[in-house]
Design a protein around this ligand. Structure first.
Ligand SMILES: [Zn+2]
Ligand SMILES: [Zn+2]
Ligand SMILES: [Zn+2]
Length: 146
């Protein structure tokens, strides 16, 4: 995941900006917690271990910047907070999320499965699909058995 850090460094440089220790620490937390879908507060708590002087506002701004630079993506799971995850090169489109309504667990569906639908839509509506965000709500394996 060193590559991601280099990508960020390059994109910041293009904009005449720098990879500050705060930005590095914030991205590191998201990389190290891949698959956790951490929210802003959770990221802040973890970044503080590396940068005790950092404020919530800085973390908030850094997350916005990382999103603008296409390094991370924001997921809204309708629970009132923004969650973030790293974008990976092997994914053209965002993977889907299964959200358990009982225990709030988030499960990732790695396969797109929408290729056929996307082609139909592009043809029917003369629309170029670049990405999508899909959430499924229900009960996970553990909660189904209760
Ligand atoms: Zn797709
Ligand atoms: Zn569950
Ligand atoms: Zn995810």
């Amino acid at each position: 995941m060193l590559e991601t850090m280099d990508t960020l460094k390059g994109r910041l440089k293009e904009k005449g900006s720098k990879l500050t220790p705060q930005r590095r620490a914030t991205l590191n937390v998201i990389i190290e917690n891949k698959g956790e879908h951490l929210n802003t507060e959770e990221i802040y708590e973890l970044v503080r271990k590396d940068c005790p002087e950092i404020g919530l506002a800085t973390v908030y701004r850094t997350l916005q910047l990382l999103e603008e630079m296409d390094i991370i993506s924001r997921i809204n799971l309708d629970d009132g907070c923004s969650r973030y995850e790293i974008k990976t090169d092997d994914e053209d489109h965002q993977h889907h999320h299964l959200i358990c309504q009982e225990c709030s667990k988030i499960i990732e569906v790695k396969i797109d499965l929408l290729d056929h639908l996307e082609k139909e839509i592009e043809k029917e509506y003369d629309f170029d699909i670049k990405d999508h965000k899909l959430k499924f709500f229900g009960l996970c394996t553990d909660c189904k058995q209760k």
